[in-house]
Design a protein around this ligand. Structure first.
Ligand code: FMN
Length: 187
């Protein structure tokens, strides 16, 4: 069984990005267990003075969730042309120590949704940059979901093309885990 951890960069209850990850759970094959992380909100602001062992429970929990996953699928909104602060803050915590951080060599893929016309492409690009800087194996996947508020009804994804691209992104992660050729996803 392949274990993928889904991390949404949005904290709000009715987040479209979280809905996107829930849709990814539905399209994932039977040999993939995609679990959504729910603890991002309780991670404190990064302070190097607090970055001591044992680590704060919320950070230790995120660290363990990533360590126990074979790969991570991020779905990020775009806030002011960049990554939401709390997602970046969480990554800053788990980036330490850099040489042995839990994302190093971990296959990761980034998708994203926004209510605007560009589907969080800048946030996705910035998140890929940050993840690459930590040594993650960042897949050549981009899945912008523009006008996302028009693509869900009662929490369910109504856009078949997005669903297919999402399935490809999940499969690309699974293939990477299996050591197969990378798949490029273009929305
Ligand atoms: C603080 C803030 C900044 C935002 N900045 C952008 C932006 O730069 N580009 C964009 O396309 N949408 C922007 N939006 C709109 C988000 O795309 C929209 O709120 C989206 O639904 C957030 O994702 P979520 O549904 O997963 O919470 C912004 C929203 C907020 C709250």
């Amino acid at each position: 069984m392949t274990r993928i951890l889904g991390i949404s960069g949005s904290l709000r209850r009715d987040s479209h990005n979280t809905s996107l990850l829930r849709a990814a759970v539905e399209v994932a094959g039977p040999d993939i267990e995609l679990e959504l992380y729910d603890g991002l909100k309780v991670i404190p602001p990064y302070d190097e003075d607090d970055d001591v062992h044992p680590r704060v429970v919320s950070v230790a929990r995120l660290n363990a969730a990533i360590a126990n996953a074979d790969a991570v699928l991020f779905a990020t909104p775009e806030y002011n042309a960049s990554i939401p602060g709390q997602l970046k803050n969480a990554i800053d915590w788990i980036s330490r120590p850099v040489a042995t951080n839990v994302l190093r060599n971990k296959p990761v893929a980034v998708v994203g949704a926004s209510t605007g016309a560009f589907g969080a492409v800048w946030a996705q690009a910035e998140l890929r940059k940050v993840l690459a800087a930590l040594g993650a194996r960042v897949l050549d996947v981009e899945l912008p979901v523009p006008h996302v508020h028009t693509r869900f009804e009662q929490g369910g994804l109504t856009d078949d093309e997005i669903r297919a691209n999402l399935a490809e992104a999940v499969e690309a992660l699974a293939a990477e885990i299996r050591g197969r050729e990378r798949v490029k996803v273009v929305a």
